[in-house]
Design a protein around this ligand. Sequence first.
Ligand SMILES: Nc1ncnc2c1ncn2[C@@H]1O[C@H](COP(=O)(O)OP(=O)(O)O)[C@@H](O)[C@H]1O
Ligand SMILES: [Mg+2]
Length: 332
Amino acid sequence: MGSLNIENVKKAFGPVEVLKGINLEVTDGEFVVFVGPSGCGKSTLLRVIAGLEDSTSGRVVIDGQDVSATPPAKRGIAMVFQTYALYPHLTVKNNMGLGLKQANTPAAEIDRRIGIASSMLSLEPYLERRPAELSGGQRQRVAIGRAVVREPKLFLFDEPLSNLDAALRVNTRLEIAQLHRRLKATMIYVTHDQVEAMTLADKIVVLNAGRIEQIGGPMELYNSPANEFVAGFIGSPKMNFVDGARLGETAKTIGVRPEHLTVDPKSGAWKGTVVHAEHLGADTNLYLDCEKAGLITVRIFGVYDAEPGATLYATPDPAKTYRFGADGKVLK
Ligand SMILES: Nc1ncnc2c1ncn2[C@@H]1O[C@H](COP(=O)(O)OP(=O)(O)O)[C@@H](O)[C@H]1O
Ligand SMILES: [Mg+2]
């Protein structure tokens, strides 16, 4: 079991309040992602859950027990960091088993758990190697394996893919998703990358400057962002924001995602000039300077030929246009 309740957690470093009252419920088996820009407090919140950092106030409850005063080793958690933090002089096998050995787990049980974890993570051929003899992706899998063998109530991941190149990031992301499905364990995963959040999470927690902006499933955040911050943070290329006054609207800001605009050379809502076209093969991103709406991005499925300087009309899908008030909150 591994449920988690965070109750009004605040954390200050000296005079600076980094977490400003966090409330969150995580149910057993859930995959929860904390996402937000660099410096918003994601790692601090994870470290408070782990017990590596004391909160200034509030409670952390794991499986119904207040662990605020429980040391990290007694919380039933295992953490995986961006830097793999492996012991260079130990083999893969001994890196994975060290924590269990220190906890006086019988050797046969250690071997059994390493067997299962190394099979799940395709590490069997490397058990006798040392970290220096592994690729970055393999090292990160060892670090994940070291967490798996501890059979924790909660897995905590802090940007575990950030040191990997793009292709390996996708592979390892897939492995973490499969691992979660097999283990049915509770996982809390920190990233600044909204794509990782969208692809891995059951539930996403969007953080901004020490506060939660919104909690929801990936499609909930995409379809129904609560405010301008979430609307701009989730989705790539990001949502276009146009000053409502320019469009004769009473809302402060009008938002429309690049994929929710169509273009036509002859007619449409916003007349514009092509500034730049990005040809990605599967998609084309057009940057249009529109008379009414200013600079906007349009994402077109497939190949679209457009020369800089050409005139195009962009039309937003009215059913997928968002309106935001002066406080940034979405207007229903
Ligand atoms: N030990 C510390 N002492 C002082 N300030 C800290 C400490 N750890 C983090 N901070 C500050 O807290 C804020 C949040 O940091 P962090 O949780 O690491 O952000 P994130 O992981 O979202 O990038 C940052 O402004 C950071 O500089
Ligand atoms: Mg961090």
